[in-house]
Design a protein around this ligand. Structure first.
Ligand code: ADP
Length: 411
């Protein structure tokens, strides 16, 4: 075939030009020239057989050998090289062949090149996707490692702080007994100061222990019959002095579902609602309003805690449930449990989420955004399964007389 001979005839010129133009450095050139020889050979095969698939193997090898820098670039490197090769082919044909020969050769070569463009783009995209998923997996592994180190740190720190804290608490109690002074003496005031400090520290250490229990799937619930409205009443009394101090109104409503018996861990549920209500007090300015309400859904009860506080930006609404999920707007000092924007360690909502999820429920927040002036407020939703039956045999036996009074009497 005449055309094949012509193609073969311009091979040396083509190789020289492409090597000179595309490869920098003598070492690279040598290796690159071998690659080009292979490419040209396959191109000739493709022309001879009319099947451009001959070029697949080299294109795939080139895509696999793309470096990290090549893959990080947004433009296609392989297609760029093929484009340059096509331009050089055009020049070599025009310079070394007559016009009609050049046209004939280009006519059979161009379909091969257009096939190369398509395949190169595919292979390069595949290589890029593989590279990006590898990067993502590595990033995820690093995050998991970081999270594990955080959990380990919390567990060790909580354990190490517990013993000295118990000593301080014990000795303070003994000191109080030995001094036996009335409440308004300077010694009693000093002891009160120590007590307040140790109580705050105890809360933080207990929170750290809870976080490490949740992170290690070790949180165990003590299921008992619970009436949510009774828990809310306990909290109403407990938090009344804080809302009065902050001139806030706190309304807690009874709603269908809150007065029904359900099985849950009352201590843990109190902890959740205490945290959410305390946050509502903390992040609502003086004179604001907090409402606890809810509704019964099929198989579930949904509790909502709504405040007229500073609100939470959309992009932070997931992050606040992570451990140390405090936001930049929280004060860095722990000025007090319920002072406006008094910061905490950022563990409360993470623990609340762990407890609610252990009950088979969910917790999330809705807010139109963060604005300390406009105060758009936030609404926390807590979804809890309603369990009219005990979750396990042990609890069932323990509470049988309460759940099925007539049957248990007969037995
Ligand atoms: P802490 O209150 O100890 O910082 P939490 O885990 O209880 O930690 O809360 C995490 C963060 O979520 C808080 O630092 C605060 O920025 C934000 N947040 C929680 N509740 C509210 C609320 N009702 N209104 C506005 N922001 C809130």
């Amino acid at each position: 075939m005449q055309l094949l001979d012509t193609l073969h005839q311009i091979r040396p010129q083509w190789l020289n030009r492409v090597t000179q133009s595309l490869a920098r450095g003598a070492g690279v050139r040598e290796n690159f020239r071998d690659q080009l020889e292979r490419f040209y050979g396959l191109l000739e095969q493709a022309v001879e057989t009319g099947d451009p698939a001959w070029l697949d193997s080299i294109l795939s090898d080139w895509a696999l050998s793309l470096t990290q820098t090549d893959l990080e670039e947004t433009t296609g490197n392989l297609t760029k090289i093929i484009n340059q090769m096509l331009q050089i082919t055009n020049e070599v044909c025009r310079e070394n062949l007559s016009d009609s020969e050049a046209l004939d050769v280009l006519g059979v070569i161009i379909p091969g090149f257009s096939y190369c463009f398509e395949r190169a783009a595919q292979y390069e995209m595949r290589a890029r996707i593989a590279y990006i998923s590898l990067q993502l997996t590595q990033a995820q592994q690093t995050m998991e490692k970081l999270d594990r180190s955080k959990s380990d740190f919390i567990a060790v720190a909580a354990h190490e702080l517990k013993t000295p804290l118990t000593l301080v608490e014990g000795y303070t109690a003994m000191l109080r007994e030995n001094l036996n002074t009335s409440e308004d003496t300077p010694e009693a005031m000093l002891l009160n100061g120590i007590n307040n400090g140790t109580r705050r520290l105890r809360t933080i250490v207990d929170d750290m222990i809870d976080v490490s229990l949740i992170d290690n799937n070790l949180l165990s619930l003590n299921f008992q019959p619970v009436w949510l409205n009774r828990l809310f009443n306990v909290l109403r009394l407990e938090l009344e002095s804080y809302t009065q101090e902050r001139h806030q109104s706190m309304q807690i409503y009874d709603f269908p579902g809150s007065t029904e018996l359900t099985f849950g861990d009352p201590e843990r549920l109190l902890q959740v609602f205490r945290n959410v209500l305390t946050n509502a007090i903390k992040y609502t300015p003086d004179g604001g309003r907090i409402d606890l309400d809810g509704r019964r859904l099929p198989g579930f009860v949904e509790v909502t805690v709504c405040d007229t506080g500073i609100g939470i930006d959309n992009e932070d609404q997931q992050a606040i449930f992570e451990k140390f999920g405090r936001l930049g707007n929280s004060a860095l000092h722990s000025s007090g449990k319920t002072k406006f924007k008094g910061g905490g360690p950022g563990l409360g909502l993470h623990i609340a989420k762990g407890i609610i999820e252990a009950h088979g429920g969910a917790i999330w927040v809705e807010s139109s955004g963060y604005d300390e002036v406009r105060c758009p407020g936030s609404m926390f939703h807590i979804l809890l399964p309603l369990r009219s039956e005990p979750p396990d045999d042990k609890t069932a036996k323990l509470f049988a007389p309460l759940i099925h009074p007539t049957t248990s009497k007969i037995n």
